[in-house]
Ligand binder design. Sequence first.
Ligand code: PLP
Length: 485
Amino acid sequence: MTFPPLPPLGDMSAEELRAHLHRMADWVADYRAGIEGTPIVPTVAPGWVAAQNPVALPGAGAPMDAILDDLDRQVMPGVLHWGHPSFLGYFGSTSNGPALLGEIAAAALNVSAMTWKTSPSATELEGVVLRWIRDMIGLDEPFMGIVYDTASVGVLHALAAARERVAPGIRARGIVGRDDVPLLRVYASDQAHSSIAKALVVLGLGEENLVRIGVVDAFEMDVGALRAQILADRQRGFTPMAIVATVGTTSTASVDPVAEIADVAEEYGAWLHVDAAYGGAMGVLPEGRAALRGVERADSVVVNPHKWLFVPLDFSVLFVRDPEALRRVFALTPEYLEGDAIEGATNYMDYGIQLGRRFRALKAWMVFRAFGRDGIEARVREHCRLAEMLTEWIAREEDFHLAAPQRMGVVCFRYRTPDMDDASVDRANEAIVERVNASGAAYLTHTRLQGRVCMRVGLGNVLTEPRHVRGVWDLVVREAHAGIP
Ligand code: PLP
């Protein structure tokens, strides 16, 4: 058989790439520069974006210029602009210039940080930024970090390690068909994130074995109720496998009393996981460290720099007190990587389910170096100040009330006139959020506290200034006073 020479298929030429990168550089810079004037909410109907494309991929490739034109025509109309400075839904968008540059470099390199050998820089920079984060939030040795995509994946790994600690051998023999595995339970407050329940589903422990503990006044876990529940469960034959305390809950940014919860965990031999996905960032503020009191006693801690430390999605960190506990569950070397075990080198594949791992540390390294510790601290502090400003405006406006104490960069508030019953409060607050969002000029989300709907603002975007928060607030007040049907 002969193989006649064929022209190389390859990639676009360096010159073409350079030209398109220049165009893309303009596109990105224009997007960031013009974002404030862009309506936040897309107006497309479901299916519109998909309908712009053929059902099957055409055989012939398209010219890049046409594809970039279609980015504006077919994709942008369906984008919700999280990066808009008046987008105050969920937790703030964490995009910024240095991070964008880091993402481009990481995409160009496209290395996998599975072992040290598969890219020493990816592994070592991950270690560097993890130590910076650990230091910034006031943790120290022996905590070791690893970067995952999300906090949901972080808690899954933490609970897998907890499960192996309480019932060694599950890794090897599983849980199916065994009567020697104890009945395991996990405890978290009724404000804790749904990702804990998902972790129990994946780990085969059962969603129903996540026991939700009630909260006291400011939405923090009731430690007395936790202790009573564990005692009652133990009498019924359950083993308390883990307790999850939250520093910065999703709805109100409330903070569980971690130190007291750590006492309970210690007493009953339960793994203590702290979900500081949002609230971990408070550790960069000397005046914010109190929120993290007791976290140093945890077995594992999740912090999401993609929520509030200015590293864009996805970048979530799990710190573990005993890294060997993770390795015992997850270290499993395929034959073709056996030679990658090098003395003194970390192989992150040993600490999690993922083998191939993006060079996520690069964007974090660029952001942290560009902002510096002072810049990070100043931005977190500014978001807290903006939340305090909004809280003051709420206090001054008749018929608006805080629905929870303001914590960190989160404010939950409610519109309620004296004549409204509970059902009309729900309808009114939902309607205000809908109308504000439909305006395209601002974006908020709602949540439900003590059974009643309220509005919620979450800060975290480096572009958000006092005038943006003021603008959102004015819009809320205007919509409320426009009358609710
Ligand atoms: N924990 C808390 C407190 C959260 O607010 C969230 C998401 O909002 C999560 C965990 C889940 O985060 P992720 O999207 O990184 O899985």
